[in-house]
Design a protein around this ligand. Sequence first.
Ligand code: GTP
Ligand code: MG
Length: 180
Amino acid sequence: MRKDVRILLVGEPKVGKTSLIMSLVSEEFPQVVPYRAEEITIPADVTPERVPTHIVDYSEAEQTDEQLSSEISKANVICIVYAVNNKKSIEKVTSHWIPLINDNTAKDSRVPVILVGNKSDLVEHSSMETILPVMNQYTEIETCVECSAKNLKNISELFYYAQKAVLHPTGPLYCPEEKR
Ligand code: GTP
Ligand code: MG
């Protein structure tokens, strides 16, 4: 059995990565956040799957590309966060983040990815229409979720999905057609 789960959050600046982590930990929306949250470890007995879980933040303002590459290669699951009210942050999911993750993970290992649409409190309209074609195009995307760090919507679900993606993956462990 796996001994722990390492969850990494990436995405464009200001989409709310740090706020999501702080909201999960304190169960309230933090008015002020640092660029990067300290790595936190959630003990096994308070996680849904009973496995110690590390949550790792990323911030372009505080980390180099090398540090980011290293964190990507250490992660068991990666949450690509975008803001539902920021089209650019959605476009960057496919133009930047998925290729970067592929470049930094072994071709024969499938690191599950979760697409996280934050700031759902700011829009009426869901981003799912835009996101579903992306989901269908990339087999590494395990699931997607819209949430809000501000009104705490779907926050614990998000981290549960991430844990579950590692412990009970639904996709193939590797893609045969890529194993040439
Ligand atoms: P970097 O560290 O710069 O990469 O940004 P980040 O992705 O960690 O974003 P951060 O958590 O610093 O949040 C950026 C801004 O968005 C802050 O002003 C937050 O208060 C705000 N914010 C974060 N989550 C939400 C949300 O769910 N709803 C709303 N309305 N605002 C949010
Ligand atoms: Mg941050």
